[in-house]
Design a protein around this ligand. Structure first.
Ligand SMILES: Nc1ncnc2c1ncn2[C@@H]1O[C@H](COP(=O)(O)OP(=O)(O)OP(=O)(O)O)[C@@H](O)[C@H]1O
Length: 388
């Protein structure tokens, strides 16, 4: 049985003005998982999070962390055992970056020298250069401040990390970087992370499990991202997840498709060969065969990385480089059906280009094959559901 790090048992919070922020919450969070609380504004996500470190006390019910009722743990002690990252990094403006990160270890009695050395190491693990250690928060960009906030939360090596909309205030590009860095970090650290956001895409990207809250502090669904997309519990959840959930759910499907050979044309020499599954060395182009009969050839550079597609004229000659149709996202074996579909749809030839890890062409997957794989997955799922 999975160890439960966090448990809410019949937890409610009614603020003195009568607002029910959280309504009879039952929730088990396995240790070492990243769990996202998501929902529209005002549905009790932050209140639920803050009951974990006693910034808010429940009106009724019990909140447990590692089997212990949090109300029996002194608040200061509890907070030192949990990392906390907020939307605004919450860094102390008059302290340097390294001293901000070292704050909790210092409170826990770690020497200044050791805690600063540790702080510098943590900077590296959140993607920042050590040279920033002696700067002040105001001398950092918003994204850098958030990274320092994450480093600070990790400094005391806490088993539980609370993150309240940590990436909401940074621009979309930096935000994407931060999200992927958090996933990388979690792969190494395996902390129990509770992450609050109102962004369903962020929730689906990050969460091992996602708790969807509805207005009035009601837990509407608690499931894996895949389950949420496939089987929303009610209209509220379906609406909240959005319209293209069928497409997005393909991210969780393996693309059970077979690679097909493709005729490639070396841009430097003009030589044509056939590249396909199982052929480490490309076979000479014979002017016949499935791959060769395509209306397109794939131009490649000297490392056999794809450059784009060239239409094949009626006489069998490929068009000149001026007609090169660049484009198409790439597909790596093992990537999802969503990636395969995108690669096929974005490819001028209608064929998804598959590449090896080193970026060289491995073959193609025709769009029809991707569609067939989607249809097969759907049929299996329906069949499975009927049997269940
Ligand atoms: N101190 C308070 N006193 C009274 N009502 C409060 C207090 N704090 C929060 N609330 C109310 O409780 C409800 C839940 O608030 P909470 O901050 O937990 O929601 P949230 O889902 O985190 O929202 P957001 O995404 O906007 O941060 C809201 O209606 C809010 O107005």
């Amino acid at each position: 049985m999975t160890e439960m790090a966090i448990r809410y048992r019949g937890v409610s919070k009614v603020y003195p003005d009568g607002t029910t922020a959280v309504d009879n919450l039952d929730l088990d969070v396995p240790s070492g998982s990243l769990t996202v609380f998501v929902g529209p504004s005002g549905c009790g996500k932050t209140t639920s999070l803050r009951m974990l470190n006693r910034m808010v006390d429940p009106t009724s019910g019990v909140v447990e962390v590692n089997g212990q009722d949090v109300s029996s743990i002194p608040a200061a002690q509890l907070r030192r055992s949990m990392g906390y990252v907020m939307q605004q990094s919450g860094l102390l403006p008059h302290k340097t970056v390294e001293d901000n990160i070292a704050t909790v270890p210092r409170l826990n009695g770690v020497s200044k020298k050791e805690s600063r050395a540790n702080a510098r190491e943590l900077l590296g693990s959140v993607g920042l250069d050590e040279s920033l250690a002696t700067r002040y928060p105001a001398q950092l960009s918003g994204g850098q401040q958030q990274r320092v906030g994450v480093a600070r939360a990790l400094a005391a090596d806490p088993p539980v990390l609370l993150m309240d909309e940590p990436f909401s205030a940074v621009d979309p590009v930096v935000r994407q970087d931060l999200q992927h860095e958090l996933l990388d970090l979690q792969k190494r650290l395996h902390r129990t992370i509770i992450f609050v956001t109102h962004d369903i895409d962020e929730a689906i990207l990050l969460g091992n499990r996602v708790a969807v809250f509805a207005r009035g502090g009601r837990l509407a669904q608690y499931a894996t991202p895949e389950e949420l997309l496939r089987a929303p519990a009610d209209d509220f959840v379906a609406d909240f997840i959005g319209r293209d959930r069928g497409f997005r759910s393909l991210s969780f499907e393996n693309a059970a498709v077979a690679l097909q050979p493709v005729t490639v044309l070396a841009a430097d020499t003009g030589e044509r060969t056939v590249v396909g599954p199982g052929s480490e060395n490309p076979a000479p182009w014979q002017g016949t065969g499935a791959a060769a009969s395509s209306d397109w050839v794939l131009a490649v550079d000297e490392r056999r990385h794809p450059l784009g597609w060239l239409p094949v004229r009626s006489g069998g000659e490929a068009a000149g480089r001026e007609e090169l149709r660049v484009g198409g996202t790439l597909w790596h074996e093992g990537d999802s059906l969503r990636t395969a579909l995108d690669a096929a749809l974005s490819s001028p030839s209608g064929q998804a280009v598959a590449v090896h890890e080193d970026g060289s062409v491995a073959g193609v997957v025709p769009g029809e094959d991707v569609m067939r794989a989607i249809e097969e997955q759907r049929a299996t799922r329906h069949h499975g559901a009927e049997q269940a």
